[in-house]
Design a protein around this ligand. Structure first.
Ligand code: PLP
Length: 494
C-alpha cells in the first residue's frame, strides 16, 4: 500500500509543479481532488506530457485535462474485487475511496497478487536516494559513507555508544561470542524458543549450548529456569561463559531479573534483538542491555537491507575490534599480513544505504505492525479459541509478527491449519520449534520453566504466527482473518 500524502494534488498547481510531484511521488500516478478532497481523476505521466505537447506552458495553472472516470474501489473491497477491477481496467494500482469519495489508500497489484506472505520488505522513500548516492560516487564496495552513517544513526536511535554494520545478524552473534572469548569446551546458555541462528554461532566456536525455557508472560527466557541452570552449573564448577538471550517476535525478554542473575554469576550477556528492533524495555531500546546486542536486517524483519546485521555495544574498543575481525583481521602492515583468524562479515556501502532509508521509517513500521495486530485482535478471529501473545507490561512490543496460541482444549491441529491456509494462498507459520527439540541439539541440556512443565514445548504445539507485514492493506488483513476462520473448521474436524 502506498502512502497517499505525496500523491494527492489540488487544482491550481502548474504543469511544472505537477511534474515535480509526479517525480517525488514515485508511484507514476497523481490523484487530482476537488476542494472537498473528493477524487476527480487520476493523472499519469502520459497525461502531463500530452498537455505539454499540445502547447500548454510549464507555468500554466489553468489545466484542462480531458475527463476520464478513474478506476477506483470502495474501502473494504475484497481482495478478489480489487484484483478483478485492476485486471479489467488494465492498471496495476487502484485508489480506494471512502464514503465521501475521498481517496484513503492506493493498493498495488503486487500487494494482492500471489500468496499473502508472513512478512515482506517494505521500502520507504529515501532508500533509493542513498543507494543512488553510492552509485554516483562509486562507493559500491566495500565500505563507505553509508556504512559509517548507518552505524552512527542506528546507535543514536537506540541510544548506545557504538555499532558495527555486518553482513547478517548471525555474523553479529558470532562476533559477539568471539569477542567474549568463547571457545571449545565452554558452555553458553541460550533461549530455546528461537530461530537456529541464535545458537549456531555457539557451535561455530566449538562451545556447548545449554537451552533455557520461556516464561508464559512474554514467551521469552524464563528467569526461573535460568537461575536453576546457573546454580547447577556453579555446583558443577562449569559456569557458562555467556548467555544469548532472545527477544522473540518483537518483544523484549524480562531483562532486569536476567541481568541481575548474570551479574551475580559473572556471565556476559549477548542480547539477540534480531526480531525486536523498535521495541523497548522499561523505556529503553531493546537490544541495548547486554554486553553486546545484535539486530538483523534480513528480508523478513521490521526493517531490512535485504540481508544484514548490526553489532552494538557501549564498549567502543570492542566494536572497533569487531570491525577489524569482520574485515579479515588485516594487520596494519604495508602488505597483506594476518596474525589471527578473521571473517568476511562487513556490510556493503550499497546495502547500508538501504538501511539508512529504512531507519527513517522504523517508528512508522512499528505503528503499522501494531495496527495489524490490533485489527486481528479486534476482529475476533479464531472464534474465541485463540489467545494472543501477551504484551508484557515492562515494555512496548513491535508486534513484528502477530502471534497467538490456541487453547489447549480447542482441538485445533495447528499444522493442519497452516496447511489449509497455505492452500488458500495465506502463509501462516507454527511458532519456532524450540532448539532443545531439534535433532542438531539432541545431546544438549535443557532447563524447563518448571521441573514438570516446559512452556516452549507448549507454545510450539499450540502457537501460530499470522501474516504481519506493515504493507498489508486492510483488505488483505481481512482475507487473512476470513481464511483463518474458514480453515479452522477443517483443522478442528480432522
Ligand atoms: C531470533 C533471531 N536471531 C538471529 C537471526 C539471524 O539473523 P540473520 O538472518 O540476519 O542472520 C534471526 C533471523 O533471521 C532471528 O530471528
Amino acid at each position: 500500500m502506498t502512502d497517499l500524502q505525496h500523491l494527492i494534488v489540488h487544482p491550481g498547481l502548474s504543469l511544472h509543479q505537477l511534474f515535480v510531484r509526479m517525480n517525488e511521488g514515485r508511484a507514476g500516478i497523481l490523484l487530482l481532488v476537488d476542494e472537498g478532497g473528493r477524487l476527480q481523476r487520476t493523472l499519469t505521466d502520459g497525461d502531463l506530457r500530452r498537455l505539454l505537447l499540445s502547447g500548454v506552458a510549464l507555468d500554466a495553472v489553468e489545466l484542462a485535462f480531458p475527463p476520464k472516470a478513474p478506476i477506483t474501489a470502495p474501502e473494504g473491497s475484497s481482495h478478489a474485487t480489487l484484483l478483478e477491477r485492476m485486471k479489467q481496467g488494465g492498471v496495476n494500482q487502484i485508489p480506494l475511496l471512502d464514503a465521501e469519495g475521498r481517496p484513503s489508500a492506493l493498493v498495488q497489484m503486487r500487494d494482492l497478487d500471489g500468496p499473502i506472505l508472513l512478512s515482506t520488505p517494505h521500502m520507504g522513500e529515501d532508500e533509493l536516494e542513498f543507494v543512488t548516492q553510492a552509485f554516483d560516487t562509486n562507493w559500491i564496495a566495500p565500505l563507505g559513507p553509508n556504512v559509517d552513517n548507518f552505524e552512527r544513526e542506528l546507535a543514536e536511535m537506540v541510544g548506545i555508544g557504538h555499532a558495527a554494520a555486518l553482513s547478517s545478524g548471525t555474523a553479529a552473534i558470532h562476533l559477539a561470542l568471539v569477542l567474549l572469548g568463547v571457545g571449545p569446551g565452554d558452555r553458553v546458555f541460550c533461549s530455546s524458543l528461537t530461530f537456529v541462528a541464535s545458537a549456531n554461532p555457539i557451535l561455530y566456536q566449538g562451545a556447548t549450548p545449554v537451552f533455557i525455557d520461556s516464561e508464559p508472560g512474554s514467551w521469552n527466557l524464563s528467569p526461573q529456569a535460568l537461575e536453576r541452570a546457573l546454580l547447577e552449573a556453579e555446583a558443577e564448577g562449569q559456569p557458562p561463559k555467556a548467555l544469548v538471550v532472545v527477544n522473540l517476535y518483537g518483544q523484549s525478554a524480562d531483562m532486569a531479573p536476567i541481568l541481575a542473575l548474570c551479574e551475580r554469576f559473572g556471565v556476559a550477556v549477548v542480547e539477540d534483538a534480531a526480531e525486536s528492533l523498535g521495541a523497548s524495555y522499561q523505556g529503553r531500546a531493546s537490544g541495548t542491555f547486554g554486553r553486546f546486542g545484535i539486530y538483523s536486517f534480513n528480508g523478513n524483519k521490521i526493517i531490512t537491507t535485504s540481508g544484514g546485521g548490526m553489532l552494538v555495544s557501549d564498549n567502543g574498543e570492542q566494536i572497533e575490534r569487531a570491525r577489524f575481525l569482520s574485515t579479515q583481521a588485516r594487520d596494519p602492515a604495508p602488505w597483506y599480513q594476518h596474525s589471527q583468524v578473521g571473517f568476511n562479515y562487513r556490510m556493503s556501502n550499497v546495502l547500508a544505504g538501504i538501511g539508512r532509508g529504512q531507519l527513517r521509517v522504523l517508528e512508522e513500521r512499528v505503528a503499522q505492525r501494531r495496527a495489524v495486530f490490533d485489527r486481528y485482535q479486534q476482529s475476533g478471529v479464531g472464534g474465541g479459541l485463540l489467545e494472543w501473545m501477551p504484551e508484557a507490561e515492562f515494555g512496548r512490543a513491535t508486534r513484528w509478527l502477530s502471534c497467538g496460541l490456541f487453547h489447549a482444549e480447542s482441538g485445533v491441529d495447528v499444522q493442519a491449519l497452516t496447511e489449509a491456509m497455505a492452500r488458500q494462498g495465506v502463509e501462516a507459520r507454527r511458532v519456532w520449534k524450540p532448539l532443545h527439540l531439534q535433532p542438531l541439539f539432541a545431546d544438549c541440556r535443557y532447563y524447563p520453566h518448571r521441573h514438570d512443565h516446559s512452556v516452549s514445548d507448549d507454545l510450539f504445539a499450540r502457537g501460530i504466527c499470522l501474516p504481519s507485514g506493515s504493507n498489508m492493506p486492510p483488505e488483505v488483513q481481512q482475507q487473512v482473518i476470513d481464511t483463518l476462520d474458514t480453515s479452522l473448521q477443517s483443522a478442528r474436524a480432522q
